[in-house]
Design a protein around this ligand. Sequence first.
Ligand SMILES: Cc1cc2nc3c(=O)[nH]c(=O)nc-3n(C[C@H](O)[C@H](O)[C@H](O)COP(=O)(O)OP(=O)(O)OC[C@H]3O[C@@H](n4cnc5c(N)ncnc54)[C@H](O)[C@@H]3O)c2cc1C
Length: 339
Amino acid sequence: MAPRDSGILQGEKTDSQGAGKLGALLMSCSKILIIGSGITGLSCAGKLADAGLNVMVLDKGRGVGGRLATKRTRCGRQFDHGAQYVTARAPNFHAVLRSMRAAATVDVWEAGAPEPHFVGVPGMSGLPKHLVTGLDVSQNTTVETVGARDGGWTVTTQTDSLAASHVVVTTPAPQITPLIGVDHPLTRRLLSVEMAPCLTLMAAFKDGQPIPFTSKRMPQQPLSWIAYNSSKPSRLSQGCWVAQASVDWSVENLERDNAELAELMLPMLCAQIGADPSAAQYVAAHRWRYARSTSPLGEPFLRDNSRTLYLGGDWCIGPRVEAGWISGRAIADDILKRI
Ligand SMILES: Cc1cc2nc3c(=O)[nH]c(=O)nc-3n(C[C@H](O)[C@H](O)[C@H](O)COP(=O)(O)OP(=O)(O)OC[C@H]3O[C@@H](n4cnc5c(N)ncnc54)[C@H](O)[C@@H]3O)c2cc1C
């Protein structure tokens, strides 16, 4: 396993020095299972692993990162079809991104914005790939239930049953209730959280098509965000655009199939960038059913009475990558404080 660089910085309170001996002891008797390898799960797992705890991350996806995602096509095109860029308001998170920039896994996208827009390189997935180094992650592992048993937890997947002393669930909020059960006391706390979908178009054009802007936000339009993906640093392919539908349009068209969505969204994109739809060489749509929290919880995580089940994610604080990172770190701090 490669050595870890979780982005913990000199001077950041890690608890790892103090927890070193305790961590070694706990390694032998407890296991912390983290469900989800998005930014929340990775930020939590990294801090706990650095404190010497026995941590394993489970994710149903083929790659790590969740909504920090990059799609690579067979013909070599590349699209950031989830989060477009990352901003940092908390000094700690800013410092983490700077350290990733020094490691050449993150760069700044010169998009003309006042605050730096950090992007993973060569795609957004470069960022979670950096954070996952040295962590024990099981991909293609769908968790089906999380249940209390013998003073700990049993997590069932499609093939296994795993025992844990602590469980941290970091999936989007609406996906938590099926795991912990409708009767779990924390389920009630999730009722106030709302998440909106986002339908996303990826399109690549042959050379010679116009590039009138690198990004454009149009909150009142059916396509509310358009970005020239190839203008981000270190992108491997030219001519690639990403467009996101507004919340209203996404809700209205959520159940259409992907081919139909691509057919509807391509002319809208072409009208904005002045391209000829027949010049598109690759077109695909992606459905994010739970893209962004529109009504967040308002606190960094939820914890049950046993203090061993934690729920976290961007939905706790707001619809940003940084919110997930803060939630994950807050959970790790709480676990470290209590053991
Ligand atoms: C289209 C789009 C554009 C966005 N743009 C931006 C932006 O420009 N800037 C920004 O800061 N934020 C943006 N966001 C929001 C940002 O992506 C999220 O805030 C952040 O990535 C959430 O991270 P997370 O770890 O909380 O959740 P996720 O990234 O959703 O991670 C949850 C993980 O849980 C896994 N999972 C779910 N259920 C199970 C299960 N049963 N078993 C195992 N694993 C499971 C999933 O596979 C996933 O990997 C955007 C989001 C979308 C969708």
